[in-house]
Design a protein around this ligand. Sequence first.
Ligand SMILES: NC(=O)c1ccc[n+]([C@@H]2O[C@H](COP(=O)([O-])OP(=O)(O)OC[C@H]3O[C@@H](n4cnc5c(N)ncnc54)[C@H](O)[C@@H]3O)[C@@H](O)[C@H]2O)c1
Length: 278
Amino acid sequence: MQRSSLGAQPLSLPPVPEPPKGERLKNKVVLLTGAAQGIGEAIVAAFACQQARLVISDIQADKVESVAAHWRERGADVQALAVDVAQQRDLHTMARRAVELHGRIDVLVNCAGVNVFRDPLEMTEEDWRRCFAIDLDGAWYGCKAVLPQMLEQGVGSIINIASTHSSHIIPGCFPYPVAKHGLLGLTRALGIEYAPKGIRVNAIAPGYIETQLNIDYWNGFADPQAERQRALDLHPPRRIGQPIEVAMTAVFLASDEAPFINAACITLDGGRSVMYHD
Ligand SMILES: NC(=O)c1ccc[n+]([C@@H]2O[C@H](COP(=O)([O-])OP(=O)(O)OC[C@H]3O[C@@H](n4cnc5c(N)ncnc54)[C@H](O)[C@@H]3O)[C@@H](O)[C@H]2O)c1
């Protein structure tokens, strides 16, 4: 869709760039949650193009199956499952499926997540529970499901898609940053706990990334283009991030190129969080 400089027209997502092709994840068995769209979908693309064997999942069953089918048609090894990360048994089913198919699990990427932005005192108990069930419990259930297999193998890499909200607070976003701070704590605690057993646990903290989530947010303003521009101007490079940039960072952490990176968090925000704000 052509964007209007007058801002009257709704915004749409830019086309996803073709990920680089290579063998950086050749034969690695990768489990991924939240794979139906956005950052998760870009991770599928980047990992498939580096020859990973993927078992991907999402609560949107049809959508995640069509992502898998897209990559299978291009020769990639991608299987899809319907998984609600708030349900511990779903993650165990996913881990079992990967072992049945491939005999091992090398990488888990916990990407499923939701924005829950509420006024603290007006928020319902249900909103609080939903935020923690998906953004924190879901990642823990994923880790719990794959750790026994990784321990048996003596090797594994877990990547949690955290957020700049994992270490900074933006007013009006409660309780999302509380859960994302917890996710960073989980990353560090498990990274230290399992490092002697050959398992690395790391996080990626994206800032503002151009996904449907943000397009929908901007389209809620009278001038979506102006609101998008405002977001771009907040960042030192005068742009926001693309899902593929998060995905390529995940490729690095999942590969054999990062053996001493553990309990770490890589921030992807163009340097915004380093700046001093008045
Ligand atoms: N887009 C950003 O600016 C941004 C910034 C920082 C962090 N993140 C994080 O990145 C991750 C992906 O975000 P995105 O922007 O691609 O969002 P998105 O909404 O486009 O994708 C999230 C995916 O998670 C799935 N999901 C939601 N609830 C689920 C559940 N209970 N079980 C299984 N799957 C479920 C959704 O169906 C969707 O496919 C999230 O963890 C988010 O918090 C995003």
